[in-house]
Design a binder for this molecule. Structure first.
Ligand code: PLP
Length: 413
């Protein structure tokens, strides 16, 4: 018989059963967790991996010759290899562990930016960036006299590519763009934009915080110099982030933080830096963090992004149809290419009231500016309510949200 590649069956109930936090009641109602763009729940295998590390293998890494230290070091470095495969980097020298995506961006803005950006240079971002991909660049501009340029988005929340291209020029030193908007769900063609940025001579940083748990990441296919994401959004622990950086670029950068582990030798006269990636990992790292992220990556790999994406796309279509049928509800963010985020406003009802009332029904959504105040300004609103999807969400979750929104209208109407 010819070998046939069978797609693993995507059984959402089997998947849900592996996330202990989902099996609880909130205000007496079954929890409906739709705040995944803020953070995802953790599968049992991630919780177990972190716990097992602390129960059996806890030791400081890299300097110890005793068994536990060797074990902890091996686990930490194997996690780096798992992350390398996850983003398809060429080498583990290109994978740096940070606290979160925010710190990864700050590392680049500080270490690369301070050495390479000068007065009159330009940094290009988009109007849909998270504050984490705005503020570090603004601060860099403040330190250096560089200028922050912002590519606009249209009324549906899609990037205006022509305007983006017009803003690129010989002064553009860095293009920092999200792969997917957390406030609108817009999916950005990052490989195409990276090619345009490179043609103008600029470096590229991709904020993959939202894309990394919905679609496969391939930093070589994108071609970017830097790619960042947070462990806690890819079903891993909080407090651990990743910076991918192209080796030659990282090599040429000065360190970000100074201290132990990032040095090769220290005297009071002169200190020399450790090799990559350790040059950028000062001090004792969050050892359990990468171990948890590696377990999360293994969990995702066991299901596959094709299956995850198919499930989440079908659910987004279902949710979009269900929400637009709610009287007085308007979706914010309707770009043709979008994923997993349903941001909305309701006539005469403040988003904060929506969030509070649906919570009483057991439904967790986020309300506010979603760390993207410029996006709110663009649409002339102070805030939205946002339901955001992950692999374990179901049509029942959407139905529960719609019932809870009817309750909002009863209470507020
Ligand atoms: C969540 C998020 C961030 C910041 O992630 P942290 O884990 O808070 O550092 C940055 N960008 C986008 C698009 C996000 O969704």
């Amino acid at each position: 018989m010819a070998a046939s590649k069978t797609l693993p069956l995507f059984d959402v109930q089997t998947i849900r059963a592996q996330f202990p936090a989902l099996a609880q009641r909130v205000h007496g109602k079954p929890l409906v967790y739709l705040d995944n763009a803020a953070t995802t729940q953790k599968p049992q295998s991630v919780i177990d991996a972190v716990r097992r590390y602390y129960e059996h293998d806890n030791a400081n890494i890299h300097r110890g010759v005793h068994t536990l230290s060797e074990r902890a070091t091996a686990m930490y470095e194997r996690a780096r290899e798992d992350v390398r495969v996850f983003v398809n980097a060429r080498s583990t020298s290109e994978i740096i562990f940070t606290r979160n995506a925010t710190e990864s961006i700050n590392l680049v803005a500080r270490a690369w930016g301070d050495a390479n950006v000068h007065a009159g240079d330009e940094i290009l971002i988009t109007a849909m960036e998270h504050h984490s991909n705005i503020v570090p660049w603004q601060q860099l501009c403040g330190r250096t006299g560089a200028v922050l340029k912002v590519a606009p988005i249209d009324d549906r929340g899609a990037l205006m590519i022509d305007a983006f291209e017009r803003l690129l020029g010989p002064k553009t030193k860095m293009v920092a763009i999200t792969a997917m908007s957390n406030a609108l769900g817009t999916v950005v063609p990052v490989a195409e934009l990276t090619a345009k940025a490179h043609a103008a001579g600029a470096m590229v940083l991709i904020d993959g915080s939202q894309s990394a748990y919905h679609v496969a990441t391939d930093v070589q296919a994108i071609g970017c110099e830097f790619f960042v994401f947070s462990g806690h959004k890819v079903y891993g622990p909080t407090g651990i982030g990743v910076l991918y950086g192209r080796e030659a670029v990282l090599d040429a950068m000065p360190p970000f933080l100074g201290g132990g582990d990032m040095i090769s030798s220290v005297t009071f006269e002169k200190t020399t830096w450790n090799a990559l990636p350790y040059k950028f990992e000062a001090g004792t790292p969050h050892i359990a963090g990468p171990i948890g992220v590696a377990a999360a990556i293994a969990f995702i790999r066991g299901i596959g992004f094709d299956a995850i994406h198919a499930h989440e796309s079908a659910l987004l279509d279902y949710g979009t149809a269900a929400l637009v049928a709610v009287p007085g509800l308007k979706l914010v963010g309707t770009a043709p290419q979008k994923a997993s985020v349903l941001s909305f406003v309701m006539d005469g009802i403040h988003p904060h009231d929506i969030g509070t009332i649906v919570d009483r029904e057991g439904v967790a959504i986020r309300t506010g500016h979603h760390c993207a105040q410029p996006v709110m300004d663009r649409f002339g609103i102070p805030a939205t309510a946002r339901a955001s999807l992950a692999m374990y969400n179901t049509q029942d979750d959407i139905d529960a949200l719609v019932r809870a929104l009817a309750r909002v209208q009863e209470v507020m109407g």
